[in-house]
Write a protein that binds this ligand. Sequence first.
Ligand code: FES
Ligand code: MG
Length: 583
Amino acid sequence: ANPLEDYDLSHPMNSKVGLRQGLTAYGDAHFSLFLRKAFIKAAGYGEDALTRPVIGIINTGSGFNPCHANVPQLIEAVKRGVQLSGGLPIEFPTISLHESFSSPTSMYLRNLMSMDTEEMIKAQPLDACIMIGGCDKTVPAQLMGGISANKPVLPLVTGPMMPGSYKGARIGACTDCRNNWAAYRAGLMDIEDIAAINDELAPTFGTCGVMGTASTMACLLASLGLMPLRGASAPAVSATRLRVAEETGKNAVAAVSDEHRPQAILTKESFLNAITVLQAIGGSTNAVVHLLAIINRHPAVAGTISLDTFDEIGRKTPLLVDLKPSGDNYMTDFHNAGGMTALLHTLRPLLFLGAKTITGQSLGEVLDASVAHDFPYSREIIRPLSNPLYPRSSIVVLRGNLAPGGAVMKASASKDRRLLNHAGPAIVFSDTEDLARRIDDPELPVTADSVLVLQGIGPIGFPGMPEAGLLPLPRKLGAIGVQDMLRISDGRMSGTAGGTIILHVSPESVVPGSVFGVVRDGDIIRCDVENRVIQLDIPHEEIARRIEDKKTYGFNQKQERENERVQRFVRAQCESGRARSRF
Ligand code: FES
Ligand code: MG
């Protein structure tokens, strides 16, 4: 008799089922099992350990990723939780992305990370997987990969950093990075001040401490029911963060079953809840791009939610959370005000409470089990529905001849609300180099009423779609006190940035037939947020003529310039790598 016949073959380490799922096979099933066990035993595991539910833990720690610097402590706490519940925790690495060290663009690497995550979850004999992430692109990448792999996955974020302090004012990455840099550019701040501020912008490890992309995605994970509610906001350096990690370990062992696979838990309603939360927190415009990519990994939901869904939900949803860049505060304030628990209690009438969560409870049951008034509840940070920070539609979707495929704007982050209904002459920059070369030119014919246009940074024009949509104000206007202008591009922008800025214009400028690609200096651009319109006010025939001209000559020239630019960029990267510091 074959002694291996006695093993529990329903267990992934021992499993014939596992073999069918694609675990490494060497000839017959029992020989494969025999070999797998021989190798895993080399790590020192005993027979008892190897019969337990195997909980994979994705380690995304890296010396280049201060947003993930607490990953070692989180893994220790997760393992404790897994073991307390009788599971076997096994950690493994995937790539780690920090937003600032992801050249040429982090969006490229998001997709690489999602593939890494998906394939390693599929490849290895694990029953459930805890995905530790946090920095901007990591949570979307892990969720995309986890949904496709479709084994039970439990995200755990690293948590936000604490705010810093300068001359009595709190500051934090990265809204205040941008505000203070703009003040320095405008000559309102000297070099000593800006250097001292640099020391305090990111005073602890953890993710950016405002409602940027990382905080936004953490809140969305909680609203999707995949993470404990306080897990969205507990500071990276807090004891609560470690307790959430321990709880996640326990939850993972309990989640080892088919009903806990992400494609079973997540429904269209789960994602509609997430979009409601996105609007109520004044979340990052990047979340629109990420959520659509995540949703498209779910075969039963893909195609049922579009860009317009975000706008429709926005019209019903007020902005309730007073955090930068739309408001004034930091993630620690949100946490102390009750975080996602308090927010979801407030949003209750707008949510689908039957949506499932990773513990098996519905969202409504999770809320019933938590009592909102138990929190040191601040109605200033998390406003009631009756007294919102912004009445509705934090994020809007605009359309018109300039963006027939849609454009996205975080209207609530506008610093000069008059610009939400504005028409002005365009000043056009053909790409980021053109912008850098001319934006501070004293001769640039620009006024506060001009509309700054940046072409060439969409996903095709600048592969990876860089976060270059925050066009700086021309220095000469900053110096006379201009704080905001209407700006428009086909690229993305950091979730931490503010201003009256239209992004993701589609179709993007380099696509043949794009109206955005034929805007010229002096053309009048009209933006009317209330009516969701973005329009180029020139005759239709003139637009058609320009598009025809560009098809004949322009596109090829543009492509040649683009190829040259990429080659120059790669050469510069190589040379700077040899010659000087990368930081
Ligand atoms: Fe990592 Fe902002 S750089 S969250
Ligand atoms: Mg960011």
